[in-house]
Design a protein around this ligand. Structure first.
Ligand code: PLP
Length: 394
């Protein structure tokens, strides 16, 4: 045997290219905001998760700089050893306050928060019911936990009920997991109905508020607040990297749950604490989220402007949503790439999202509080010219 054991990699890469699934990062050369500097040209940015425009905010930048000067660049160890600072605790209390939960725990990323939370509360002999459109971190968290995993149709309560009815009794604990705002479609999970089912079938319910925190709810508490479900028995996961403009993730919930995670969540125990800079920036962001509801109002106005024009006036085949995430479904990956580059030529940067991230290729559009109405008009004009109707997948 002298075959190259790595030869398969070139073959797999070639298959990825053939399917138009190939991806590589593109460098953005400016501070985060509604405009991006990309390979020498200036584009309007409709691809960012920085919904409130905080990632480039001077107050977050200054908070990160002073924390770095005071505490250095690295946490130097795990939180249970040398990596814990009072700053971490302040951030956790601020998140608990925002989410109106008893406590919270910050992780190095939202992905790790999901892996840690799911793997801690569910295991062998348990059942996880997972929305078909859930984020990768929820899906992989479920797989890693060792529990039996059953997917239910996207936001399909009848399907979820049938699957609970058929399977719940055969397992010890049961956990339902769902994005609260779906990251690629922008729709919201039916939270009150999910809570009722969780109660009826004695299940835990974990919601991923990655795209909801700071965006939904009168004080930015997310979908839980939006639906009037604060105080309900929920496990709330989220990220510090989207509307909060920093890096890291969190789990918010009951005091016993958080205490248990500090003792059980491997992705929290065996990893280095958040950097002082990320922690301080996120803490500043949580303060701004609470103190400046006008950012959420601006974002909602931008959502209305876009919908009025793109969906109601021009009837472009864009999925309706009340979140800042919209999608233009397209018939295949190659079309998504074509439309993506047409938009770029017209000064618009929006993500061409293809399998395996999603099953239906699309252009994903995300709006920010800091977009000017004229920039949104420019987006709509570009979408009209790209004439997506002829490419529509359905
Ligand atoms: C982005 C995202 C995550 C991961 O958060 P990171 O902090 O970027 O790791 C988790 N869940 C959902 C739904 C997301 O969109």
């Amino acid at each position: 045997m002298n075959a190259d054991p790595y030869a398969w990699i070139e073959k797999s890469l070639a298959a990825i290219h053939r399917a138009d699934w190939y991806r590589s990062p593109v460098a953005i050369d400016n501070c985060p905001g509604p405009a991006v500097q990309l390979a020498g040209s200036q584009l309007i940015n409709f691809a960012s998760n920085d919904y409130l425009g905080l990632a480039g905010d001077d107050r977050l930048i200054q908070a990160a700089i002073s924390a770095t000067k005071e505490f250095g660049t690295g946490a130097t160890g795990s939180r249970l050893l040398t990596g814990h600072r009072e700053l971490h605790r302040q951030l956790e209390q601020a998140i608990a306050n925002l989410k109106q939960t008893a406590d919270a725990l910050v992780f190095s990323s939202g992905y790790l928060a999901n892996l840690g939370a799911i793997g801690s509360v569910a295991g062998a002999r348990d059942l996880i019911l997972s929305d078909k459109y859930n984020h990768s971190s929820l899906k992989n968290g479920a797989i890693l936990s060792g529990a039996a995993v059953i997917e239910y149709g996207h936001c399909n309560l009848a399907d979820l009920t049938a699957k609970l009815e058929k399977n719940r009794d055969r397992y010890r604990k049961c956990l339902i997991i769902t994005d609260s705002v779906f990251s690629m479609d922008g729709d919201l999970c039916p939270l009150p109905e999910l809570l009722a089912l969780a109660r009826q079938y004695s299940c835990m319910l974990l919601i991923d508020e990655a795209h909801a925190t700071g965006v939904f709810g009168a004080s930015g508490g997310g979908c839980a607040e939006h639906f009037g479900c604060t105080g309900e028995p929920l496990i709330q996961v989220g990220t510090l990297s989207k509307a909060l403009g920093s890096l890291g993730g969190y789990v918010a919930g009951d005091a016993a749950l958080i205490d248990f995670l500090r003792n059980r969540a491997a992705t929290w125990i065996y990893t280095t604490g958040l950097t002082p800079a990320d922690t301080a920036a996120a803490l500043e962001a949580v303060k701004i989220v609470k103190q400046e509801p006008t950012r959420r109002v601006r974002l909602q106005q931008n959502i209305h402007t876009f919908k009025d024009c793109a969906i109601h006036k021009y009837q472009l085949p864009i999925t309706d949503s009340i979140s800042p995430i919209f999608c233009l479904p397209l018939k295949d990956a190659a079309t998504a790439l074509t439309v993506g580059s047409q938009l770029k030529q017209m000064g618009i940067f929006a993500a061409a999202v293809r399998p395996p991230t999603v099953s239906i290729s699309r252009i994903r559009i995300s709006l920010m509080a800091t977009h000017e109405p004229a920039q949104i008009q420019q987006l709509v004009e570009a979408l009209k010219i790209a004439n997506p109707r002829q490419y529509s997948g359905n």
